[in-house]
Write a protein that binds this ligand. Sequence first.
Ligand code: PDD
Length: 279
Amino acid sequence: MTVYYYKDRFIESGQQLLPIEERAYNFGDGIYEVVRFERGVPVGLSEHLERLETSAAAVRLRLPYSLEEIRAIVAEAAGRVKSEAVDVYFQISRGEAPRVHAFPDAEPVLALFARPGKVHTDESRRVGVSVITVPDERWANCYIKSLNLLPNILAKQAAVEAGAYEAVFVRDGFVTEASASNVFGLHEGVFYTAPAERGILNGITRRFIIAAIRDLGYALKEERMSAAFFEQEVEAAFISSTTMDIMPLCAINSRKLQPLEDTSLIWPVLGRMRELSRG
Ligand code: PDD
């Protein structure tokens, strides 16, 4: 069951008629967030709203509602979906206006849908997922959660066609992030992840994971992994996102990684990040 909201009201499935000259549709002129609710409780909603505000400011987009109003609409949408885990996708577009490139005189539009979220179990984490590496051909401002996801879609499709789950981007010889997740490596007891610069999305899950690693007193280097280091040397690695928390990797390109042992440092990190993000 999916719940829809457009502009100023909840709408029935099938009623969502998108104006052809809607800028989200014509230009991808907008921003978005995805937040998860577990048993009715949002995970990191304040952080997601804050990032929405950052993205909006970066593209000079006025939010149609206050963050508190958006929070209430998102929560209402989640509450209407009867499921243990609910994912709410919400986007703000620059609105509907005759197509010109420069900003039109238009009202920004909130659109969202809420639907049951896929729950990843620890069993599935023991199995893990495989990734391929692909060139990062995106723009320089990936810290903005923009609706423009064409390179991400092409990368993910390349992964699917290669029989993998996710595509890890490599720019100038270094791992940035993945098509819809952040990337961590573990080598000789040290966690590695790319620093939150303009070239990656500073994942909310990533932030909770970093806090968990620090809290547990483990070593962490927020520095870029070279593609060679990631592809050949890390003993373990995982991807992270709102919809997965932490998902370990079982293969990087053709290299198989050891299944996650009970003693892996990744398990306590998962436990602590869940406490921090649900606390
Ligand atoms: N994607 N990097 C990219 C490019 C992403 O699209 C995402 C999330 C992340 C992880 O961010 P977070 O931990 O805040 O979810 C990193 C969402 C889930 C999506 O587009 O569906």
